[in-house]
Design a protein around this ligand. Sequence first.
Ligand SMILES: Cc1ncc(COP(=O)(O)O)c(C=O)c1O
Length: 444
Amino acid sequence: MSITDTSDPGRSGLTGSARDFRVPAGANLLERGDGFFAWQEERRQAGYWPFSRSTETRPGTACRARDDGGNPIEGINFSSQDYLSLAAHPEIAEVATDAVKRFGVHSAGSAVLVGNTASSVALECRIADFLEMEQAVLYPTGWAAGYGVIRGLVRSADHIVMDALSHVCLQEGAGASTRNISLFRHLDLDHCRAKLAAIRAKDTQNGIMVITEGLFSMDSDTPDLAAMQELCDEFGATLMVDVAHDLGALGAEGRGHIGIQGMLGKVDLVMGSFSKTFASNGGFVATNRRTIKEYLRYYSPSTTFSNALSPVQTAVIGKAFDIVASDEGRALRETLMRNVVSLRAQFAEAGLDVYGDPSAIVCAKVGAESTARMVSRRLPTLGLLANLVEYPAVAKGAARFRLQVMAGHSEENIRHAVRAIELAVDEARIMAAVREARALAMAA
Ligand SMILES: Cc1ncc(COP(=O)(O)O)c(C=O)c1O
């Protein structure tokens, strides 16, 4: 590990959050970005802006990239989401090339016009079979699927009851559909029940969608899905589960927490993304009703009025499903889980806490945003790419580094990551203490 940059840029760029600029005022919309840009620039100049990086190589386990100021960075990569390392699989590249030759490079139309291909139609069946459900509809991204399933089904008189930590695509879909939104405390089913009971005490005429995730993407934890479906049945509500992070990567057969919890085919609506395990972009919604599939196709604006997935994407995702369902897929998940367990154990040995349960998402707790930003500045110089997550993406004072583990990571990669974060956190805490002591001395 090279230690090349331990200088202290001062407190500049260590305060404030993106939340401060969410509701800018003023009559001129084109000035809306000014305050945010000034704050971002202060952080960028101080080296505290670790976002919007661009890769110069395949986003594999090691990666060369540039920060958004154009400066080169390079290192072990724990910031890309390719959990089973399928993006580098030779059969995936082969199937992509074949798809280009046969179908061309894009879909050239919405799926409700002529955007589908033989491979997208086959993929919908494949997804439904994998989840033991009857039907599936494809969406251009997972975000579009999360937003679209809610916007497609929920109307203004209906209700939404959602886990307080639900992904932003679900929150935006809810906000665009109804004002009747109740949040329940993260994973707290008693609180969810209380919300459902309160709604049904007043309204038996309108629908309720209950929203949660199979694996929460910042906390790596999971609800009791059977209990949630039972709760929904009891109150005449519809359960919708986002399986973006667990499908394909978790469980012996790769069917995520729905599989692990014996709920295949039993959850009302399942929504997912291909961008974590399935080596492509895209999303889906699965249902047991043909009527809902057809309705979503034409009333879910993020699929109806958007071009279908490209033939390259659907061919790649189909092949990824083949691998996920094979013995090779099982072996890759075992390797991934060994990596996850090792990373969590090494963080614990280094005195760094991690969130949640073992999954491909391993978040190391840092706490204060200012400390985490100092760590983020240091990590590339220690040869590590890992994503900083800070308020408002997570609670204030709960900043963390989200490491996304891949099957392809080696034990040496894992040791390197832990050493780099441990060292950077130690340095940042010392630097923060020195600054505080200086400030006290000056005030005295
Ligand atoms: C829980 C969750 N749902 C949905 C999405 C959106 O998926 P996509 O990247 O395919 O748009 C993400 C991606 O970050 C996610 O974490």
